[in-house]
Design a protein around this ligand. Structure first.
Ligand code: CTP
Ligand code: CA
Length: 230
């Protein structure tokens, strides 16, 4: 066998990683979606498998990506489907990482037929309904000792810095770790690099240097490993 540079420190751990964006249908041919590439979630799944974990990757819509070797891939489309598959897999998992871009809202009504434009009717208005918050549900249903990791992409604004928003989200979500990406200046969306902080529920905060998605994945699994050993 090829000698591996990576530690096998996740051996014996069952992990679930969600990745990509959800699509919320409006009619048989249209949907609301987002620009998530899925690359970060795939990198997390690939690195975890390389480090010996048993990996289930729950993938929404992504750009064309190679299947991570050694991971069980389960494809979903809507937030509702992602919810079902993630919860089912989480029942057997030591760690759940929600890297997916789950749509916060879906069209309140799904038209069974293609929506047509007409000249004698006013233009249609799309009414939205809130989607379930999968991460919050995972925290509520957490198994003893299970580690739950969330992601957040934040910008600073007049109400606070990226870190302020990240700290507030970690508290609000109740997860064990929050991977906080600073966005703006074109960072994190549709690019190869990431930078931000890893925030832990015990108040530990460490910066994530600018690097590849594989490097960020390694930093996340290092932090998860420490969390489990303590
Ligand atoms: N998430 C989720 N289910 C949702 C929305 C988000 O599980 N319906 C997860 C994401 O996968 C991510 C984390 O929650 O790990 C934070 O997502 P984010 O969109 O930053 O948080 P929201 O609570 O939706 O807040 P915001 O209003 O800032 O979008
Ligand atoms: Ca959101």
């Amino acid at each position: 066998a090829q000698p591996s540079a990576l530690p096998r420190d996740l051996e014996g751990l069952r992990v679930v990683v969600s990745a990509g964006g959800t699509r919320e249908p409006l009619d048989p041919v249209r949907y609301l979606g987002n620009r998530s590439s899925g690359k970060q979630g795939y990198a997390l799944a690939r690195v975890a498998a390389q480090r010996g974990a048993e990996v289930t990757l729950v993938a929404g819509h992504t750009v064309e990506l190679p299947e991570p070797a050694g991971a069980v891939l389960r494809r979903v489309s809507t937030a509702e489907q992602m919810r079902e598959v993630v919860h089912e897999a989480a029942k057997e998992a030591d760690v759940v990482v929600m890297a997916a871009a789950v749509a916060d809202f879906r069209p309140a009504n799904l038209s069974g037929h293609k929506i047509k434009k007409t000249d004698d009717q006013p233009d249609p208005v799309i009414t939205l309904s809130r989607n379930p918050d999968i991460l919050a549900e995972l925290v509520t249903n957490r198994l003893p000792g299970q580690v739950i990791v969330g992601f957040a992409a934040e910008t600073g604004d007049e109400r606070g810095s990226v870190l302020d928003h990240g700290r507030a989200k970690l508290r609000r979500k109740g997860c064990d770790l929050l991977v906080l990406n600073a966005v703006g200046d074109g960072r994190a969306f549709e690019v190869e690099e990431n930078a931000g902080w890893l925030l832990a529920a015990d108040g530990t905060e460490r910066p994530i240097p600018l690097g590849s998605k594989a490097q960020l994945a390694a930093a996340v699994w290092d932090a998860v490993g420490e969390f489990i050993r303590h």
